[in-house]
Unconditional design. Structure first.
Ligand code: HAM
Length: 424
């Protein structure tokens, strides 16, 4: 049997690392610049951290998408399907409510959801996540959205769009759910099985159904935004006001629902057309109440996450993407006899300590083969040495682009190389 990667997981190969690194570097720069500290929580937690947080009507629960297992002590553990729950567990664990508020955190890394695999939907994927804990102000929501917008800009995206909505306060939600139950109950058996389950647990989530039959049934119903109470409506108006004054483009989306249950008031997503059905690059919102639900003090919070794989997919669509080309070695060392093998490795080690990228051949090469190896490595220059060069204490330094070659003394090689690289 040939071993393969598990469906829905991917290897991030050396040639892709620079593009991945550029995303986290952009996040570090933008989010760090706003006072967020990086946090790295564990990859698994006790299952109840997620069960309590994501809510019983979340797809993660209804469609059993969490990777849950028992450890040897019989305790139920779960691979994290998102960052927010674990970060709030950590916030409580470390008494971060005693720090000056608000506390801003950001995180990045792999997450795990046992979903149906398709473009943009994987079983191991990666997010950049931002959370602001300790403010109920609309300003905190607006700032979070501005940071999301600008982080994606710093990644190189230009065509992403924010969709802004509100899921209301708990009372609004209860009233809206009652309205949906009343409207949908007579047609319940015509809904898809998942929507029937959602209708029972949290009717709001039926609006998120992609099923065409479901969509036809809900097409004429009022959306959450049309039934907001005055407090949530005022909060949303303030968020809009700040975003306009900071020139963050957004569209109001009356139907925004989100796939996790913990949201209150502000809910938003950022979309990108042209990356298939899964056009949401990211999403988030306010989640006052979650920390209390996890056993902490009643502290309001807001935040978001974006999917790194989807952002890379979007970047590939943009001409501006200009995905960073992987760095190429400056020099490839070719030993023309056995004695030169060790000398070549010594040279490479010496130059690497001076911050040059250098590769070498591990065995004697004839010049033709050696130069082919050098070309394949992507190097700009090659250094060759055989018996004659050894007696003179030199290397043949060859420019692999122009073919120009000159003999350079061993101790002058570093300077000659730097000078030539600078003059390119
Ligand atoms: P989410 O909407 O579940 O929110 O995920 C955010 C983003 O993660 C999605 O928009 C998508 O880009 C990416 N994503 C989610 N699932 C997958 C998957 N299976 N494969 C590839 N990418 C995926 C959250 O996770 C919330 N914790 C966000 C948040 C933070 N809310 C408040 N604070």
């Amino acid at each position: 049997m040939k071993l393969q990667a598990v469906k829905g997981t991917q290897d991030i190969l050396p040639r892709d690392q620079a593009a991945w690194h550029a995303i986290t570097a952009a996040a570090e720069q933008v989010l760090g610049g706003a006072g967020a500290g990086k946090i790295t929580p564990p990859i698994f937690e006790f299952t109840e951290v997620f069960e309590k947080s994501v809510g019983e009507s979340a797809d993660l629960m209804v469609q059993k998408e969490m990777y849950t297992f028992e450890d040897r002590g019989g305790r139920s553990l779960t691979l994290r399907p998102e960052f927010t729950a674990g970060l709030m567990r950590s916030f409580i664990d470390h008494g971060m409510h005693t720090l000056p508020q608000p506390v801003k955190l950001w995180a990045e890394g792999p997450l795990f959801r046992a979903e149906n695999v398709q473009r943009g939907r994987y079983r191991q994927f990666h997010q950049v996540d931002y959370e602001l804990v300790g403010s109920d102000s609309a300003l905190a929501d607006a700032e979070a959205i501005e940071l999301l917008y600008r982080t994606l800009q710093a990644c190189g995206l230009t065509r992403h769009r924010i969709r802004l909505g509100s899921v209301g306060d708990p009372d609004d939600r209860a009233a809206y759910n009652a309205y949906l139950r009343e409207e949908l109950a007579p047609h319940a058996e015509r809904l898809s099985p998942v929507s029937q389950e959602r209708l029972r647990l949290n009717p709001l989530r039926v609006l998120d159904s992609k099923d065409q039959g479901d969509q036809a049934l809900i097409a004429d119903l009022q959306r959450p935004l049309e039934r907001l109470g005055p407090a949530a409506r005022g909060h949303l108006a303030e968020v809009e006001h700040y975003l306009r004054s900071w020139d963050v483009p957004f569209d109001l989306d009356p139907a925004i629902v989100r796939g996790l249950d913990y949201y209150r008031r502000t809910a938003f997503e950022v979309h990108y057309e042209g990356i298939g059905a899964q056009s949401a690059l990211g999403g988030g919102g306010r989640y006052d109440g979650l920390i209390e639900l996890l056993g902490g003090p009643p502290i309001p919070a807001t935040g978001w996450a974006f999917g790194v794989e989807r952002v890379l997919d979007a970047l590939a669509q943009e001409e501006a993407a200009q995905a960073e080309t992987p760095e190429r070695p400056a020099l490839f060392v070719i030993p023309l006899d056995d004695e030169a093998v060790g000398e070549g490795a010594d040279l490479a080690t010496r130059l690497r300590r001076e911050a040059l990228r250098v590769e070498f051949a591990y065995q004697r090469r004839n010049p033709g083969k050696g130069l082919r190896d050098a070309d394949r490595s992507g190097a700009r220059f090659a250094a060759l040495r055989g018996a004659e060069e050894r007696t003179r204490g030199t290397w043949q330094l060859k420019d692999l682009a122009s073919g120009e070659q000159s003999e350079v003394a061993d101790e002058a090689l570093r300077a000659a190389l730097t000078e030539r690289l600078e003059n390119l």
